[in-house]
Every structure is written in C-alpha cells, then in structure tokens.
Design a protein around this ligand. Sequence first.
Ligand SMILES: Cc1cc2nc3c(=O)[nH]c(=O)nc-3n(C[C@H](O)[C@H](O)[C@H](O)COP(=O)(O)OP(=O)(O)OC[C@H]3O[C@@H](n4cnc5c(N)ncnc54)[C@H](O)[C@@H]3O)c2cc1C
Length: 280
Amino acid sequence: MAIDTAEFVSPRTLREALDIRATGSHTVLAGGTDFYPARVGKPLTEPVLDITKIADLRGISRTDDGFRIGALTTWSDIMAADLPSGFDGLKKSAARVGGIQIQNVGTIAGNLCNASPAADGVPPLLTLDASVELSSVGATRVLPLSDFLVGYRETALRSDELVTAILVPSSLANASSEFLKLGARTYLVISIAMVAVAIAFDELGEAQRVRVAIGACSPVAQRAHQLEADLVGRRGDLGALVTREHLNILSPIDDVRAAATDRLDAALHMVQRAIRNCLQ
Ligand SMILES: Cc1cc2nc3c(=O)[nH]c(=O)nc-3n(C[C@H](O)[C@H](O)[C@H](O)COP(=O)(O)OP(=O)(O)OC[C@H]3O[C@@H](n4cnc5c(N)ncnc54)[C@H](O)[C@@H]3O)c2cc1C
C-alpha cells in the first residue's frame, strides 16, 4: 500500500484524537482489516487518524449496570475474556471472524463501523441489547446498536465522532446464548447467513427473555421480534415453534455465495438449531 501525501497521526490520548477528529477531515484507522482491503491498488491520500495507541480504548470492564467493551478490543481479547454465559454467542462469533491473524488485530468497533451486512459481531451484540458509545469533543451520546446501524454500510457515526465503547446491559448477561455461522468453509469466509440467540430461562425452564438476530440476510442484521414474543413464557422444544413466517423480516439477495432462497432455508434451520442449543 503506497502512502502518498497522506497525513498519518497516531495520538496516545482520546482527548488528542477527538481534537483531530473535530476537524472532520481524518479517516479513522483501527486494526485496518477493513480499512486497507477497501483501498487495495489506490494510494492513500486522505488524512488518517490511527487510534490504536489509545490504550484506554481497549479492554472489557464491568460497570454498575453491565459491561463496557472498549472500541479497540480485539476479537482475540473477547475470546480470552472471562465473561458470563450471555456472551458465549459473541465469543463464538469472535472465533469465526476471519482467522487468527485477523482476530488479533480486528476490533469490535471496526466491525460495527464498517457496517457490512455480513459483520459477524452484529447479531450477537443485538441479542445482548448492546449500545454504542459515541464521543466527540465535550459530548458523549449512546445509541442502541439497532439505531447506530442505519443501512447497508451506513451508520449514525458523525464525522467529528469516534466510537469509544460498546455497552452491554446485565439483563441478558447470564442468559444461554449461541451463534451459528454458515460459510463455504470454517475460516476466512464471509457469512452466507449467521444467527445469534440469547434466552434467559426461569427455574422451571420457561423462556423469560428471548433475543434472536439474523445476519447476512438483509442490508442490516435483523432482530426477529415476533418470534421472540412468541417464545416468551414457553418451555420444551422452542425450536419447533419457529416458522417461515417469523423470518418475513429478512430480504436476502442472490449473490456468488448463495441464492436468496437457500439463505432463507439456511436461516430457518439455523434459528431452530441455535434455539435448541440454548436449551441444552
Ligand atoms: C481476510 C479477512 C477476513 C475477514 N473475515 C471476517 C469475518 O469472517 N467476519 C467479519 O465480520 N469480518 C471479517 N473481516 C472484516 C474485519 O476483519 C472486521 O470487520 C474487523 O472487526 C474490523 O475491525 P478493524 O479494527 O480492522 O477495523 P478498521 O479496518 O480499522 O476500520 C473499519 C472501519 O471502521 C472505522 N472505525 C474503526 N474503528 C472506529 C472507531 N473506534 N470509531 C469510528 N470509526 C472507526 C474505520 O474508519 C473504517 O471505516 C475480515 C477481513 C479480512 C481482511
């Protein structure tokens, strides 16, 4: 990758980074695993704000009402973290992002900001009711992830903002959770479809809180709200209650990886299986 006339800055503090970001002229660089592939064959001429030296943005901590995942937390960090069962789905998604080299540098915020329909981190974070913390000079706002992702490769991020953290409330932290990804092979593959489920059961085995999200089958990963509502208060084989109508929220496309109809078939079976896996 040729670096031509580009200005390349690597501040060590968030304050410095936000001051630079306030100019609105710099493109943000984190792990670079989406940034550089998008620029192959093109000289880098835009000013770049490399945020990887801001240590405070990396790591997972507990807060009064849940968990704070720093923007620069890598997929490998997530896999290694000591987290309750509600995060099992997120950990499984981390293990399926690219391969080990990608997991070591690719960050959770980079995955969300790139806003690919096939971003593996999105469905499990939707099932955890995650929010995105956006910081600019003198201001911080928090958006539910579903409001942050506004369309195909489109987010609500402003040009003066950085994503500083992903916030996860404790409400589903102890749920049973699962993530399934269908691809042409196990590693280094873009998802044909992926499914995340989180279910909190009561002591009688009745589903109390249910979250189901499906990715790579619409411009933005979708929560299956009707299915979730239909499963609350139910027990036994919840997978058997999933119908094709529950997936009417999806709008898959035909592409080189799969036909739309195959994606829908796969999504149905994966939702059923993911729910059954949560029961075990
Ligand atoms: C070989 C390969 C395989 C891959 N496989 C998968 C896969 O299986 N599943 C998957 O989901 N993805 C995959 N990816 C995509 C990528 O690895 C992930 O999306 C990763 O999480 C991106 O993080 P990053 O830190 O590298 O982001 P970067 O490339 O640094 O940035 C991505 C985008 O987000 C912006 N950005 C980054 N951080 C911030 C921030 N804190 N605030 C504001 N803007 C920010 C950047 O400006 C850029 O637009 C793959 C990539 C490669 C090269």
